[in-house]
Design a binder for this molecule. Structure first.
Ligand code: FE2
Ligand code: FE2
Length: 133
């Protein structure tokens, strides 16, 4: 069983969002595998950097979509993205400089955040997009 199942409860029916989320989930699963099988800081840091890049691009696309479609909760939704990006940047710096190891607890935090955000905030956005299609 994967660390995060795709699509599980996470598919929202908006192809552009689903494709980005699938990519995020796959990278998170790969990161988890790397930590379990070969806990090398360099591999983990590389994958974490990849995850951060994918997340940043994805959040930018969602935020542009929310602005374009006049989504009423765009500001709150954008703040949630900002919170995760702050956590990820801090984590990435700590891992790269050797101040912290990327461990299971940290990764679990990211997993809970990602799944919770997709199942709640992104699901609300998806249903708005469908209703106002
Ligand atoms: Fe989002
Ligand atoms: Fe999303």
């Amino acid at each position: 069983m994967s660390y995060v199942d795709w699509p599980g409860e996470l598919a929202l029916g908006i192809p552009a969002m689903d494709e980005d989320h699938r990519h995020l989930v796959e990278t998170l699963n790969e990161l988890r595998e790397t930590l379990l099988v070969a806990p090398s800081r360099r591999d983990a840091a590389g994958l974490l950097l990849q995850f951060v890049r994918i997340a940043r691009e994805h959040f930018g696309r969602e935020e542009a979509l929310m602005a374009e479609r006049g989504y009423p909760a765009a500001i709150e939704h954008g703040h949630e993205h900002g919170e995760l990006m702050a956590v990820l940047s801090f984590m990435l710096d700590a891992v790269r400089t050797g101040q912290a190891n990327l461990d299971s607890d940290t990764l679990d935090h990211v997993r809970r955040w990602l799944c919770g955000h997709i199942e709640n905030s992104d699901a609300s956005l998806a249903s708005f997009l469908v209703r106002h299609g």
